[in-house]
Design a protein around this ligand. Structure first.
Ligand SMILES: [Zn+2]
Length: 449
């Protein structure tokens, strides 16, 4: 039995006993089972009366408006001055409505990893089954913070448990955001924790270890067969300052290995996300044609140019870099303190160069009690307008995930994923840290922030 079979087995058992439904009820969330009723059972039409609307299609706020919800989809969007609509109306007239938020870099199976001790304890002392139960709680948290879609970028040693979490949400078994997942992820032998144990001690690894171009192709085939949406690779490690503000690294995969992984994934109509924080990791990744650069603390101008040319997304994850810096410096890696300023410089150059930027937080890399919407303020601090930051978590996120046809804007025919906040997020992006209303697929969910 592999990890994911074990996790799925425990989930099935828990569901049979009604345990997850009970837990969801005590946390004040709508009963877990059946929250996403089939479209046929939904009322013909319900309406949201929004004080203001930012629909993600360009332009400023408008309102008041009425948004029609037909089953799991958005119907008509019309001025609230018109005749009152037939059917039930949810009054959000004090609030500003927006498309549901998208976090393009999460880890629902991880509970923080500032130091190796935090990380190793999770893989050595917590079963994948226990970690999967925590992941279901984390998924619900993302939804209540207004994130109706997430791209979860690997389980950190919990096998393919993310595939099961994604499917349980999709089937309406538990509440949570729409998910795309990356399963086990990949790195080369000896580059990724757990490391540093006596040679005779067999320890679990946070990734699938993959070597050689053929090994890369084989691993892509294997991971896709287990149901992942994305292939994730770790392209660099061991950061240090070089001259002139350049962040140096040890690239993990060789260019040939990376190219083979990307080619195999693309050949099978899937995409590749690359953890790449510094010079060589980023360069090799963009040359190989990955689809997104994760973190990207340092990116050379030449590589920013290639990203623009190839349409490669940048997912900067600003907040987590600041969050872990001090702890990692204390643990013996002071370079993490310098990486924050380097990151800001890169972010500003990427903005100027016109690189496509998607909102991602790396939550799980920081504590689950912190609202990931804090990333918005980080993006604005580093030079984005509030509207650019908001677009990165809606329109841009939808494009990165290949779901522009169904999410990312509020318009007729799209899935009814909406959130509402008090105030104007185009003037003050921190209002997004206090979402007052969340709807996913036409179903409103309780909030607990
Ligand atoms: Zn991550």
């Amino acid at each position: 039995m592999n990890d994911s079979d074990a996790a799925a087995g425990v989930l099935r058992k828990a569901l049979a006993l009604g345990l997850l439904g009970f837990a969801a009820g005590t946390a004040g969330i709508a009963g877990a089972a059946g929250v996403e009723a089939p479209a046929a059972a939904a009322p013909a039409s319900q309406w949201l009366r929004c004080g203001q609307l930012w629909d993600g299609r360009g332009g400023s706020l408008r309102g008041p408006v009425l948004v029609e919800i037909r089953g799991d989809r958005i119907g008509e969007v019309r001025s609230a001055d018109a005749a009152p609509p037939p059917g039930p109306v949810t009054d959000l007239s004090e609030l500003t409505c927006l498309p549901g938020l998208i976090d393009s870099h999460t880890h629902v199976l991880l509970q923080g990893d500032i130091t190796a001790d935090d990380y190793d304890a999770q893989l050595l002392k917590q079963s994948p089954e226990y970690r999967t139960i925590l992941a279901t709680v984390n998924a619900r948290r993302m939804l209540s913070w207004g994130f109706t879609t997430i791209r979860d970028l690997e389980t950190e040693g919990a096998g393919y448990a993310d595939v099961d979490v994604r499917d349980a949400i999709q089937r309406g078994v538990i509440p949570g955001p729409r998910m795309q997942v990356a399963g086990r992820s990949m790195d080369v032998t000896g580059a990724y924790p757990l490391l540093g144990y006596a040679p005779a001690v067999i320890v679990p690894k946070g990734v699938q270890e993959v070597d050689g171009a053929d090994g890369g192709r084989r691993a892509v085939r294997e991971q896709l067969s287990h149901g992942v949406d994305w292939i994730k690779v770790y392209s660099d490690r061991s950061y240090r300052l070089a001259g002139n503000g350049v962040l140096d690294d040890i690239p993990t995969f060789t260019p040939d290995e990376l190219k083979a992984i990307v080619d195999e994934a693309h050949r099978q109509r899937h995409h590749v996300a690359s953890h790449a924080m510094a010079l060589h990791g980023v360069h090799n990744s963009v040359e190989a044609g990955v689809d997104s650069i994760e973190h990207g603390n340092y990116i050379a101008d030449e590589d920013l140019h290639t990203m623009v040319q190839k349409g490669i997304y940048y997912v900067p994850t600003i907040f987590v870099g600041e969050y872990v810096a001090e702890g990692r410096a204390k643990a013996g890696a002071p370079v993490w303190l310098d990486m924050v300023a380097i990151h800001e410089n890169t972010f500003r150059r990427a903005l100027k160069a016109g690189v496509k930027i998607a909102f991602g937080t790396d939550i799980g890399g920081f504590d689950w009690h912190i609202n990931p919407a804090r990333e918005f303020a980080g993006m604005v601090k580093f030079g984005m307008t509030p509207e650019q930051a908001l677009r990165s978590a809606t329109v841009a996120g939808a494009e990165l995930l290949g779901w522009s046809d169904r999410i990312g804007t509020v318009e007729a025919g799209k899935l009814a994923d909406l959130v509402a906040v008090r105030g104007n997020p185009l003037a003050d992006v921190t209002v997004l840290e206090q979402v007052r209303f969340v709807m996913k697929g036409g179903v409103a969910y309780p909030i607990n922030n």
